[in-house]
Design a protein around this ligand. Structure first.
Ligand code: NAG
Ligand code: NAG
Length: 299
């Protein structure tokens, strides 16, 4: 089954029912490119066949573009995990309860991580490339709180207003809040995303996140992908109780979320984008080191 990627360009304009908008995903990819090791950068520039400094950003939204195609349809459930918790009184992600039989963002990270490592060397290069693109996207997705929540299809069924536009809550968290933080994004998101990423990289290196970033990699392990992903998904899901639906869904239906709701939500979106980028870099570093050591073992 051949994937005809060039034919899929139009898919990007389909309504975004899931996933950070392009701006969020691309920002996360740029943050990650600032923290990967030189070895990792070379490894993924080669695998993704893009030698520019945009090699991660360039594929950050690929998984959203293919999911609406016939070929990519099976990947739809991989973008989220529908936690059947009860916000705002209780939030949690439980693998057995929440990961559907067709898969979820956690099982997908597990699957594509092991396919990228490909310990038995069975897969062709194109599968490694696809696995890398899925990983780049799904680490990012699990940091959007509404990608870890079942209520109203991850907020897609909660209709609200944001700066006088009628939108659903999922879209507000994917796109509207992040874009408002930078004063709006018009046209191609790459320039604005790079600028936002540069600011977040400074916040991580020397600014407001510096003290806490050492905790951002707690529990990270290629030997326990599910455990690692659960730490990230639970942290993200906890925001559903505190910031996304702090008074339950009914309290925000039809309400304007562009002012005081936004003021509380923006720092959450910002730190989640920073964490996702920082963790994605660490994950890619672990992967490229593992792949190199497997290769060395074969010689
Ligand atoms: C690399 O990524 C950049 C940014 O998206 C893109 O403009 C460029 O065409 C890509 N290069 C190749 C060889 O695909
Ligand atoms: C793992 O990835 C392959 C290739 O995309 C896919 O065919 C398979 O269904 C996936 N398995 C799981 C459990 O997600």
């Amino acid at each position: 089954m051949k994937l005809s990627v060039p034919l899929l360009a139009g898919a990007a304009v389909l309504p975004s029912v899931a996933a950070w908008g392009g701006f969020g995903h691309i920002t996360i990819a740029y943050v990650a490119s600032n923290f990967v090791s030189d070895h990792t950068a070379t490894h993924f520039q080669t695998l993704l066949r893009n030698q520019s400094s945009d090699y991660l950003a360039n594929v950050a939204t690929w998984a959203d573009n293919i999911r609406y195609t016939k070929w990519g349809h099976f990947t739809g459930p991989f973008h989220f995990i529908d936690a059947k918790d009860d916000p705002p009184s209780s939030c949690d992600v439980i693998m057995e309860r929440d990961c559907k039989s067709e898969g979820c963002v956690i099982s997908a990270l597990q699957n594509y991580t092991s396919r990228l490592i490909d310990a038995d060397g069975l897969l062709p290069a194109i599968e490694h490339e696809q696995a890398a693109k899925f990983i780049i996207h799904f680490v990012s997705d699990m940091h959007q709180p509404l990608h870890t929540e079942d209520v109203a299809k991850g907020g897609n069924g909660i209709h609200v207003k944001f700066d006088h536009k009628f939108l659903n809550l999922h879209h507000v968290w994917d796109t509207s809040i992040a874009e408002k933080i930078v004063g709006g994004v018009r046209g191609s998101p790459y320039g604005a995303a790079r600028q936002f990423a540069d600011k977040l990289v400074d916040d991580i290196r020397t600014g407001k996140y510096q003290a806490e970033t050492k905790n951002w990699l707690n529990g990270i392990s290629l030997d326990d992908v599910e455990g690692t992903a659960l730490i990230w998904a639970r942290e993200s899901n906890a925001y559903v109780c505190t910031h996304v639906l702090p008074q339950g869904p009914k309290a925000i239906m039809g309400q304007e979320l562009g002012s005081s709701y936004y003021d509380d939500a923006a720092p959450v979106v910002e730190i989640q984008i920073a964490r996702a980028g920082f963790r994605l870099a660490a994950w890619l570093d672990l992967l490229s080191a593992k792949i190199a050591s497997n290769k060395a073992g074969e010689l």
